[in-house]
Design a protein around this ligand. Structure first.
Ligand SMILES: *[C@@H]1O[C@H](CO)[C@@H](O)[C@H](O)[C@H]1NC(C)=O
Ligand SMILES: *[C@@H]1O[C@H](CO)[C@@H](O)[C@H](O)[C@H]1NC(C)=O
Ligand SMILES: *[C@@H]1O[C@H](CO)[C@@H](O)[C@H](O)[C@H]1NC(C)=O
Ligand SMILES: *[C@@H]1O[C@H](CO)[C@@H](O)[C@H](O)[C@H]1NC(C)=O
Ligand SMILES: *[C@@H]1O[C@H](CO)[C@@H](O)[C@H](O)[C@H]1NC(C)=O
Ligand SMILES: *[C@@H]1O[C@H](CO)[C@@H](O)[C@H](O)[C@H]1NC(C)=O
Length: 360
């Protein structure tokens, strides 16, 4: 029997688009960081990383510590909103176009799909077995590398007499015209924060918040920048984070009982990565005790919290669930309905990308 050309083309397309990568074996890393360093150098000494974030300098710390630790290897990191990076990955996959070596994104819903499409390298870096099982693919296609969370942040210089411990504190009269919040419909991890707060306190909480006349901004780094900048009156937020090290003139905490957002920012190596050894070095480094020691709540269960970390171990904190975010992200229908519900309340997100100018 002869198949028509168009049927052959169709079969080819189907095979490429819905390939179940059943027979992709997992590589398990046994080399030391030093051996991986040599392998990365031999390969050309470069690794291209697309990392989720919304401040242009968001990758600087990782780049600096990685390049200092592994001389001769360049970390070419591009920060952009995960929701934009992931579309470029899809486009690269669909067109055999440019792909990075590694992605570290908050769009957790992408990873299982990319794996089923055969796009990810199944690879277990050192420390993989110690990662919380809820944060990882059993075959190493993807895994959480550090835990992100939002905090309550305020300027004690601008608000000398205010303490913030719960969401209700954002409704205090002293905070009228003093709030700066990220548009929930511009960032799913912020949308999730608003969803949690409204499920806990009712839709009326949003109306009370709006009555405080907050400044709405793009980007989760933006509120922290504005709060720390004396040019601006805005002084408090719950859609940002500054890490756990104390910052002069800034108060920062997690709600005592109210629900807050946490998730494992998730990494994968593309199967056709141009620099696989560089990508492996990067992932092994990020999961190493020396780097995990700097990240706050770790994804590995075999390491102590960093010295001076102010919160209990994550599994002892009962007002956040770092696993729930992935489930929540998977339900794109509900996410879209929520996004437009907030857009109707608040208007479309205004301003240029925070990557270009967070203070615009
Ligand atoms: C599975 O993959 C391995 C390694 O690529 C290959 O040697 C083997 O032939 C494959 N098996 C099947 C059944 O395709
Ligand atoms: C860094 O990576 C980007 C893609 O993310 C690429 O366009 C650029 O050419 C790379 N730069 C260098 C110096 O390799
Ligand atoms: C803060 O409280 C102190 C003591 O009650 C008071 O003297 C001061 O004026 C207050 N500052 C502001 C900005 O409200
Ligand atoms: C504070 O904001 C002003 C106005 O946008 C800006 O010119 C200045 O660079 C900012 N300062 C810092 C430290 O970011
Ligand atoms: C973690 O950092 C502390 C200093 O804060 C240091 O004493 C300790 O040796 C570090 N542990 C690892 C595994 O790097
Ligand atoms: C959470 O923990 C706190 C303190 O450990 C406790 O008082 C509170 O009842 C707990 N809440 C829930 C919902 O379990």
């Amino acid at each position: 029997m002869r198949l028509s050309l168009s049927l052959l083309a169709l079969l080819g397309t189907v095979a490429a688009d819905s390939l179940f990568a059943f027979n992709s074996s997992t590589q398990v890393e046994t080399r030391s960081l030093d051996e991986l360093h040599q392998a990365a150098l031999a390969e050309g000494g470069t690794v291209v990383l697309w990392h989720g974030g919304d401040l242009a300098n968001g990758g600087d710390d990782l780049k600096k510590s990685f390049e200092a630790r592994f001389p001769g290897v360049t970390l070419n990191v591009t920060i952009d909103l995960s929701k934009y990076h992931d579309g470029r990955v899809d486009q690269g996959l669909a067109s055999n176009g440019f792909l990075p070596d590694s992605v570290i994104l908050q769009t957790l819903q992408d990873y299982p799909r990319w794996d089923v499409d055969g796009a990810l390298l199944r690879y277990k870096p050192a420390g993989f077995d110690a990662i919380n099982p809820a944060y990882k693919d059993p075959f190493g296609a993807w895994y959480g590398v550090y835990v992100y969370s939002w905090s309550f942040i305020w300027s004690s210089a601008k608000l000398p007499n205010v303490t913030i411990a719960e969401f209700a504190d954002f409704l205090k009269p002293e905070l009228k015209d003093k709030l700066v919040l990220t548009y929930p419909h511009d960032d799913d991890a912020v949308l999730y924060a608003f969803d949690l707060a409204l499920r806990a306190y009712g839709a009326g909480f949003l109306d009370q918040l709006i009555a405080q006349n907050p400044r709405w901004v793009r980007g989760t780094g933006t509120p922290s920048l504005i709060i720390q900048n004396s040019t601006f009156a805005e002084a408090a937020t719950f859609t940002s984070d500054l890490g756990y090290a104390p910052v002069d003139g800034i108060g920062s905490t997690k709600p005592a009982t109210g629900p807050f957002v946490s998730w494992a920012q998730t990494a994968a190596i593309l199967k056709d990565a141009p620099h696989p050894e560089g990508a492996k070095l990067l992932h092994n480094y990020i999961l190493s005790p020396e780097y995990q020691n700097t990240t706050g709540w770790q994804v590995r269960e075999d390491l102590p919290l960093p010295q001076g970390f102010p919160y209990a171990p994550l599994d002892k904190v009962n007002n956040t669930n770092p696993v729930d975010f992935a489930r929540w992200m998977e339900d794109r229908g509900r996410v879209e309905r929520l996004r437009f519900w907030f857009e109707a309340k608040l208007g479309t997100a205004q301003g240029v990308s925070p990557l270009i100018d967070p203070l615009s």
